[in-house]
Design a binder for this molecule. Sequence first.
Ligand SMILES: C[S@@+](CC[C@H](N)C(=O)[O-])C[C@H]1O[C@@H](n2cnc3c(N)ncnc32)[C@H](O)[C@@H]1O
Length: 314
Amino acid sequence: MVGVEAFYRASMTHTPTPDQDVTADASPDAHAPDAPTGALGSTPSMESESYTHGHHESVLRSHRWRTAENSAGFLLPHLRSDHRVLDVGCGPATLTVDLARHVPEGSVIGVDASAAVLESARELAAGSGLANVSFQQANAYELPFDDDTFDVVFAHQLLQHLSDPLAALREMKRVAKPGGIVAVRDADYAAMTWYPDSAGLTEWNELYHEVTHAYGYQADAGRRLLAWVQDAGFDPAQIVPSAGVWCYSTPADRAWWGGLWAERCIASNFAVQAKESALADDVALEQLAQEWLRWAEEPAGWFAVLNGEVLARA
Ligand SMILES: C[S@@+](CC[C@H](N)C(=O)[O-])C[C@H]1O[C@@H](n2cnc3c(N)ncnc32)[C@H](O)[C@@H]1O
């Protein structure tokens, strides 16, 4: 069997697609699994309640692939060049920086609970030459901004990691200007699909659901976004739901996606939480990692991630 670390090193030699940044390194603490916090761990902290993925390099590697085009297409037609935008839970901020390019006379502020990931975000922004993007450490439940501040408030892949997504949506609505846009997008793990059939990947998907459930999060957020936005008090007549798909099917995509999930299974906060909640041990996690590597080597391997999307007027 190919060892996960060896495969990971090999997968890093593939030619990345143009929007894949596999060279940028993470912040100093990003190579150690984040300490778990929250329901089954220690006291919840500002770092996030118990962010399932953490900020291990294998996690950041997937976030850094994201661009405004491949992840915020539902929002782009609504952006005006002078808009003031807030990106909540911005992570390493490839999306945040891209959004800043779309509002050259406006500005974008990225906020995240993790100080470490914001260091990485600031490095990216500094290298972009853009002067209209900045970052602040903040909790999605208590955004440090006045009411009615932003034209657009965006959160990408955040709500699935919160125990109270409605409270975060109400807070996003509060800081949006009346008539401004609140835009959210989240994956739906039960709707992920792949080829060829793999009992191992099915087990991985089941374990992911069990771990997130144990910590009080909703892995199938995508299908629930419309309901959450309605329940958070947005005008139903001003809500536009949609869906978008990421698809990984080229040899380079498979090496990247399979390799990073193999590594996440053994080295990210997901592994820490799976063990802490007694849902898996090291042997089981290593087996899941091997299943990901096997899938990545399938010449006809194909994987799709369905994302729910909602645009609403504040
Ligand atoms: C899956 S990542 C998404 C990052 C980025 N939006 C993207 O799509 O690439 C979720 C991010 O939300 C942050 N986060 C988790 N809980 C948070 C909270 N309560 N307040 C602010 N950020 C939070 C995490 O630190 C993490 O960087």
